[in-house]
Design a protein around this ligand. Structure first.
Ligand code: CA
Length: 239
């Protein structure tokens, strides 16, 4: 089945190149030329991925992003930024963008990130039977923690927990392999994609965020560190 990609980009030349290259890779592509048309298209149809320019007429890209996520739509979104403006990038990632590319970018790199994100979202939709614990259909249950893969809702002892996109992906990656220790490098390449390889500190930072949200206040810790090796999620004992 062809993956469908929505390109929201007002620069005709860039939009055309993106469309040709993506179609060449076998994706079906639709282009929207301003923020408002882009948002309409994003909400009307189920896309597998969106490429979203930030500087757009009528409605800027960050606003488009915000409104898409506000509707609970979790599909992967890559932001395209004119220059490497840190505030835009940070607020874009805060608002749930999965990745960003700074213009001018190498098309091969963009295609690699598109493949990577489509692969990641395929992983998080898969159900992986792992015995008595782990995934059951759309949900993962571990010792009072439940994660719904489709709605991306997370609860611990029936208390709802808000996670960012990355926090969810990280927890999902570990929780779908209960008891298995994953190295920082494995976590980076699977959850963040290749572009972050080498900077494993980001894993420690996100593990800390997750511990605050998932484990703080509970006697049983689910997120464990195996010193010098990596991290794992498992139920039960106090560390
Ligand atoms: Ca633009």
């Amino acid at each position: 089945m062809k993956h469908s990609i929505l390109v929201i980009e007002d620069e005709i030349k860039i939009a055309r190149v993106l469309q040709l290259e993506l179609e060449h890779e076998g994706y079906s592509v639709h282009c929207a030329k301003n923020g408002r048309d882009g948002l309409d298209a994003a909400l009307e149809q189920n896309w597998d991925l969106i490429l979203l320019d930030i500087m757009l007429p009528k409605l800027n890209g960050l606003e488009v992003l915000r409104r898409i996520r506000q509707q609970g739509i979790q599909i992967p979104i890559i932001l395209l930024t004119a220059r490497d403006t840190v505030p835009d990038r940070v607020s874009g990632l805060d608002q749930g963008a999965n990745d960003y590319m700074t213009k001018p970018f190498a098309i091969e790199e963009l295609l690699a990130r598109v493949r990577n994100l489509l692969r990641m979202s395929a992983i998080s939709l898969q159900t992986q039977p792992t015995g008595s614990e782990g995934a059951h259909g759309d949900e993962i249950h571990i010792d009072g923690l439940s994660m719904n893969i489709r709605t991306r809702q997370v609860k611990r002892e029936s208390q709802a927990i808000e996670l960012t996109t990355k926090e969810f992906d990280l927890l999902y990656y570990l929780a779908s392999r209960p008891g298995e220790v994953m190295s920082r490098e494995q976590i980076l390449s699977q959850v963040w994609g290749y572009e972050f390889i080498g900077d494993t500190n980001v894993v420690d930072v996100y593990i800390r965020y997750l511990r605050q949200k998932i484990d703080q206040g509970f006697p049983n810790k689910l997120i464990h560190t195996l010193r010098g090796v990596g991290y794992l999620v498992k139920d039960g004992e106090t560390p």
